[in-house]
Design a protein around this ligand. Sequence first.
Ligand code: GLN
Ligand code: MG
Ligand code: MG
Ligand code: MG
Length: 427
Amino acid sequence: LEIEPADLWRILKASGIKYVKFIIVDINGAPRSEIVPIDMAKDLFIDGMPFDASSIPSYSTVNKSDFVAYVDPRAVYVEYWQDGKVADVFTMVSDIADKPSPLDPRRVLNDALEQARSKGYEFLMGVEVEFFVIKEDGGKPVFADPGIYFDGWNVTVQSQFMKELITAIADAGINYTKTHHEVAPSQYEVNIGATDPLRLADQIVYFKIMAKDIARKYGLVATFMPKPFWGVNGSGAHTHISVWKDGKNLFQSSTGKITEECGYAISAILSNARALSSFVAPLVNSYKRLVPHYEAPTRIVWGYANRSAMIRIPQYKMRINRIEYRHPDPSMNPYLAFTAIIKTMIRGLEEKKEPPPPTEEVAYELANALETPATLEDTLKELSKSFLATELPSELVNAYIKIKQNEWEDYLTNVGPWEKTWNIITQ
Ligand code: GLN
Ligand code: MG
Ligand code: MG
Ligand code: MG
């Protein structure tokens, strides 16, 4: 049941909300926002909120900059971890003539889900968000705790922080299921349970806002950078996915083996993984995570219980109900990443290609297995050749490739600390 924006405004006002934060998502998945007193916000709920679309990449140019953001009544979160007086509302973007923007990541995912529904498919997704909670020491990032996997001893300050964080996300209505200290020092994981993919993407964005904000209160920095420290695990955002048709989970099995449909979906993800990478691992730094021996995938293979494979099939007493795609990291724009994953899986269900056999060995050194792209530039080349380049709105693909290619070229020409350490004295 969908609530009208005007009714939503009345409910917020009646429940003591004093400010509304209108959130627009940019092409990188970052939230942008305008804060408006509740009484001034009433008309904006009804007519949309105007903004300068030339100042948020990549909506528009300076000569066509008046756009409108419409409240999405399904996506309201209250800042209970603050004073509880601010409501954050996600929006969908249209141009001045009310044409929906093909560059709005929320709209793109919303459209992909509607298209899936028209074919009879419903997707459920959950995510394991990994991140570091670090300190700054003389402007340098350093570990804030020496903790280890499932640590119960070395994390006192962080226990306080995590307790506040998980209480806050539960209060915000995020489907939080569990949390633990991860393998690297100062690294944590929070799991968000299976839900509608658009809702999950909103919740990932919102979770990152909360984690950063609450960490600051403890003098800590929460970072979702995929590989902040060389020599230890990076942070992934393993994405769990099931596809449903006529109320039935197509991936459900109690035989210990995947279903036929699950195989088709796996096959499509693996054969498009080198292009998907540009959305699920979107930073220059993402490719420093995708290296051997840190539980992140480097070979494009799948397996049961295999944490070195790109797709793992989680098994619990022979029961299977989903796939775990281990390639994504938490810097992804979750809207675009999920859109690309959903379109790829639907393609697989339609193409009906059998997957290769599961990999049982440790995958890092496998000969003859296709590798994840080595760099951001490699995956961008794959994206422009991929079916995704025609399946997604062309304005979006062009803008995305341009922004990411610029990032890559910036990195290539920058003189970084590694070169300075090794070459200034020796050469
Ligand atoms: N941190 C690993 C990654 O980069 C995953 C580790 C784990 O969850 N077992 O994906
Ligand atoms: Mg986990
Ligand atoms: Mg983990
Ligand atoms: Mg996992």
